[in-house]
Design a protein around this ligand. Sequence first.
Ligand SMILES: Nc1ncnc2c1ncn2[C@@H]1O[C@H](COP(=O)(O)OP(=O)(O)OP(=O)(O)O)[C@@H](O)[C@H]1O
Ligand SMILES: [Mg+2]
Length: 287
Amino acid sequence: MKGIATVNFKGGVGKTTVTWLLAKYAAEKGKKVLVVDTDAQMSLTLAVQLQESGAMYGEFENWYENQHRRRNKTILNALEKYDRMEGGHFDFPIDASFIYPMGENLHFIPSVVDLYWLELEVFDREKVKHFIRALLGKIEHTRGFNYDYVFFDCPPNFTALSYSVLSCSSLILIPVNPDVFASRGIGLMIDGLRYRIQPWPNPNIAVFMNKAKLYRGNLTRETERYWTESKVVCDEKRRDGVLIETWDSFIPERVDIKRAIPGRYFPREFEEYFAGLWQNIERVLSQ
Ligand SMILES: Nc1ncnc2c1ncn2[C@@H]1O[C@H](COP(=O)(O)OP(=O)(O)OP(=O)(O)O)[C@@H](O)[C@H]1O
Ligand SMILES: [Mg+2]
């Protein structure tokens, strides 16, 4: 089971969109996939509640309120149990009220709005650091919940939960947009992560473009320029010892991507782009 976290402290670059579509893509290719929404904004959780028609996805909604929340089986409840545990026993059984089956190969752990508490630093960061590792260990040892990949949709800020996710992910995906903030943002973010996550686990990091602008099937000159700037910054970080790659496989800016999240199936019109990304992911993770 390999952890993949999508991160960028810049908001709105497409973390949630890319995470969900990649997960759907991998699940349709036969991989067993778990997606965890770790963002208190709950974008992904709210998105999966919507059906293509815009109507609420009743079954999920009912499960969320009556099983997940009412039975204290949210990710925050798990974190609280872990934080308060004594004697090394993490008492949080993994079951069908914690993980929701979106489809045979695609399972989901939603977010809760109370995750905002994490910003108040109510949890001890050092202790919480190993929470995700412990949780994944539990999941791995529970019958019926075995996965090839676990995707984490991370918030645009850095919380104790992000700390825990990033300390034990095998791959960190950084989507950037073709704009003036991309290259500066990458540099600041890598430095910020290295400073905050101690000891630095030296994970594989991959940077690629989302919302790439195309003209007649090719990247526009402006998009090319911003991407080249981003690659220069990543090259510097690589020389500095960071295991960072830049992937030329990109996702174009397309308005119909919004409809693709609540849809039941992976949208075919995006297949070639996600195939490129997925190939890179599997290559890095099999090293
Ligand atoms: N390739 C794309 N083409 C067009 N629109 C896109 C694309 N990717 C994402 N978007 C849109 O950009 C907006 C932000 O996307 P998303 O919520 O995935 O970003 P995010 O990085 O997760 O944001 P946050 O930082 O708030 O978590 C959404 O409206 C989404 O539909
Ligand atoms: Mg998001």
